[in-house]
Write a protein that binds this ligand. Structure first.
Ligand code: ZN
Ligand code: ZN
Length: 370
């Protein structure tokens, strides 16, 4: 029997690539659906979905790599040691798959497996288990690419900020050393922290665990501290984590600043932050900014609707306000108020609030810079 079909929602192209690829979970008015195939009729595309049990606790997150290409530099100005530009950009997204998290991940995995086995599609679907975490990782053998042109602003940061991850490493090692001293551990705590620093690599963990990477790192630190009877101070897990964070380099600090700028942009644009996208590079790989540290903020509407013009005019104040926003937030290591973003293409991984504050201090208050 053929079921009657009805339209439950209309979405734009960005939302389609973010949450409506086959196998993803889509929520409409609180009801979870599993996305099935797409049918196109001229310029209209219909996505067929199937209702999931109402209590299903699963969410899917697209796994994409985004690249920004500068098409034209229209304006440029300097502020302190930062070069600020405005121009035309091309945003290229390569979607490699998606992950599904939630307490019903295992049940959803069975549904997905059955669904994918009926398709002659080139997809790998795995259930990953580690400690208390279960997540589904779906990989497309051939990535889905979509690109569009728009307007954007970008900030080119000076090379002097490269020293910041090294300062971070030294600072947190010193703090760990102080706890070691206070508790007469004769360097045992330092040895422990250093061995975790050497053995935990976020970049390689991320390839498997994506958005659960930080959770796994925190669990590993806590379990090992308890096992060795070294849980001597409430701040210790955070200090060890920062030591490990410092290994990822300055990109995590730039990524955090990118999120903050997008978060506070509505004070000038008066439109929702979701109208903007961003991408930061610790080493941009294209002319004329080869190897430069850059944060791009772009208009997420194809062609641009004038938001970057407003951001460019207010760019200096944006950087100052980003610093205030970060320092006013009392959280230790980042939270949804300051640096987390529901739109982040990296699942809020490689985000470093401590570094972001240091970078902006270095830029805005040259007397503090090194
Ligand atoms: Zn915060
Ligand atoms: Zn992000």
């Amino acid at each position: 029997m053929r079921k009657r079909k009805k339209v439950i929602e209309e979405v734009d192209i960005e939302e389609y690539y973010r949450s409506l690829l086959p196998g993803m979970v889509y929520f409409s008015q609180g009801i979870p659906y599993m996305v099935k195939k797409r049918i196109s009729r001229g310029n209209f595309h219909f996505i067929l979905v199937e209702k999931l049990p109402l209590n299903f606790d699963v969410k899917s997150y697209v796994n994409k790599i985004e690249d920004v290409i500068i098409l034209k530099i229209e304006e440029e100005k300097g502020f302190k040691d930062v070069t600020i530009c405005k121009g035309r950009l091309k945003i290229v997204n390569n979607i490699h798959g998606f992950i599904v998290k939630g307490s019903h991940a295992k049940e959803y995995y069975e549904i997905l497996k059955r669904y994918f086995s009926r398709l002659s599609t080139t997809v790998e679907c795995k259930l990953i288990k580690l400690n208390d975490i279960e997540l589904i990782k779906v990989e497309f053998f051939i990535p889905i690419t979509y690109e569009f042109e728009t307007e954007g602003v970008w900030f080119v940061f000076p090379d002097k900020i490269d020293i910041i991850p090294k300062i971070e490493c030294e600072e947190f090692l010193t703090r760990i050393g102080e706890i070691d001293n206070t508790n007469n551990k004769n360097g045992k705590l330092i040895d422990f922290a250093t061995s975790l620093y050497n053995s935990i690599h976020r970049k390689s963990l991320y390839l498997t665990y994506l958005g659960s990477t930080t959770h796994i790192i925190k669990l590993t630190i806590q379990k090992n501290l308890a096992k060795k009877d070294l849980d001597l101070d409430d701040n210790l897990p955070y200090y060890v984590k920062k030591l490990i964070d410092s290994k990822d380099g300055i990109g995590s600090g730039l990524h955090a600043i990118e999120h903050v700028i997008i978060k506070i942009a509505p004070i000038f644009t008066y439109v929702d932050s979701r109208e903007l996208g961003g991408r930061s590079y610790s080493k941009y790989n294209k002319y004329p900014y080869n190897d430069k540290k850059i944060i791009f903020i772009y208009d997420a509407n194809e062609g641009g609707v004038g938001l970057s013009e407003i951001l460019y005019k207010n760019a200096e104040t944006l950087l100052e306000k980003a610093y205030k926003h970060l320092t006013n937030c009392k959280c230790k290591d980042g939270c949804p108020y300051c640096i987390y973003s529901t739109k982040c293409g990296n699942f809020n991984e490689f985000l470093d609030k401590w570094q972001a504050i240091k970078i902006l201090e270095t830029i805005l208050n040259t007397s503090k810079s090194k």
